[in-house]
Write a protein that binds this ligand. Structure first.
Ligand SMILES: C[S@@+](CC[C@H](N)C(=O)[O-])C[C@H]1O[C@@H](n2cnc3c(N)ncnc32)[C@H](O)[C@@H]1O
Length: 263
C-alpha cells in the first residue's frame, strides 16, 4: 500500500475488484467485493497513495459528461459560443474545399457544425463521448442533422474507417492528463488525418483556468502544444486569446493550427 503509483494500470493491479473508479461529486470511489463504494480520496489524503495524474476511467468520463449535458443548457456552460470565430477563421484562412472531410473531436453540442453546414461543407463529422450532447445537437439541427455523421466514442477508442482532411478540437484534448493518453491521441490523429491534412487544437493556456466543467485540465503554452504534436505535425499558426464565458468570466486559450508532416 505504500507503493508509489503513477498510472491507472498500476493502480488497477493493486486494488482488488477495482474495475471502475467512480467520480462522484469530485471524489474518487471504487467498488468493493460486497458492492459498496469506498472513498479513494481518504487513502490519498493519508498519503498511502501518491498519484501523479488524477485517474478517470472511461465509464466515469462518460457519466460525468452525460450529467453535464443532462443538467445544463448550452448557454450555461463556460465553453458556449454562438459563433466559434477562431475555428471559422481557421477554416476560412486555410481555404478548405467544401468537399473536405471535417472531424470535430469532442464537438459536444457546439454550434460549429451549424456554421459549417451554412458555409456549404458536405462531409462534416462530429465525435463526442456524450450521447446526450450529440442528441442535443441533432435536435437543434432538425432535418439538417441527417447531413452530418455523428460518432459517439471516446476519442482514445476511435478507430476511423476513413481519413479526415481537417481535425478540429476545441477544449477536449486538454482533459487528457496522463502523457500516455496525450501520446495516444496524437497517434490516433496522425492515423486519422489524410496526407497534408490540417488540424486545429484549442486548449486552456497557462494563464487559463485549471479546471473545465469540474474536471482538471492540462494547460498548454504555444511551445508545449507544438512539442506534443511535433512527432507527426508541424505548426502553421499559433496564438492565444481570451474566451468570455456566458457568465462573463475570461478564459485564456492557446490555439495551434498544424499540418501533417507525413510520416
Ligand atoms: C468543454 S466541452 C467543448 C465542446 C466543444 N468542443 C466546444 O468548443 O463547444 C468538451 C467536450 O469534449 C467531450 N469529451 C471529453 N473527453 C472526451 C473524449 N475522451 N473523447 C471524446 N469526447 C470527449 C465532452 O463530452 C464535451 O462535449
Amino acid at each position: 500500500m505504500n507503493k508509489l503509483f503513477d498510472s491507472t494500470d498500476k493502480i488497477r493491479k493493486r486494488i482488488p475488484n477495482k474495475r471502475y473508479f467512480h467520480l462522484i461529486i469530485g471524489n474518487f470511489y471504487y467498488k468493493t467485493e460486497n458492492g459498496f463504494f469506498r472513498l479513494l480520496n481518504n487513502l490519498f489524503s493519508q498519503k498511502k497513495f501518491k498519484f501523479r495524474y488524477p485517474i478517470m476511467a472511461n465509464i466515469d468520463k462518460e457519466q460525468h459528461w452525460e450529467k453535464i449535458y443532462e443538467t445544463k443548457n448550452f448557454t450555461e456552460v463556460g465553453w458556449y459560443q454562438k459563433t466559434p470565430t477562431v475555428s471559422l477563421s481557421f477554416i476560412e484562412e486555410s481555404k478548405i474545399p467544401k468537399t473536405a472531410k471535417i472531424l470535430d473531436v469532442g464537438g459536444g453540442d457546439s454550434y460549429l457544425v451549424d456554421h459549417l453546414l451554412d458555409l456549404g461543407f458536405v462531409h462534416i463529422h462530429v465525435l463526442d463521448l456524450s450521447r446526450k450532447a450529440i442528441g442535443k445537437a441533432k435536435n437543434r439541427l432538425g432535418e439538417n442533422a441527417t447531413k452530418v455523421t455523428w460518432i459517439n466514442s471516446d476519442i482514445l477508442m476511435f478507430e476511423p474507417k476513413e481519413k479526415f482532411d481537417v481535425w478540429h478540437d476545441r477544449a477536449a484534448f486538454h482533459f487528457l492528463l496522463d502523457p500516455k493518453e496525450t501520446q495516444k491521441y496524437v497517434r490516433i490523429a496522425n492515423e486519422s488525418i489524410s496526407e497534408d491534412g490540417l488540424m486545429l487544437i484549442g486548449t486552456f493556456s497557462g494563464q487559463g483556468p485549471t479546471h473545465c466543467s469540474g474536471l482538471p485540465v492540462r494547460q498548454y503554452s504555444i511551445d508545449k502544444l507544438t512539442e506534443v504534436f511535433s512527432p507527426y505535425f508541424q505548426k502553421t499558426k499559433c496564438f492565444q486569446t481570451d474566451h468570455i464565458t456566458p457568465g462573463g468570466a475570461r478564459q485564456h486559450y492557446t490555439f495551434c493550427g498544424f499540418k501533417k508532416i507525413g510520416k
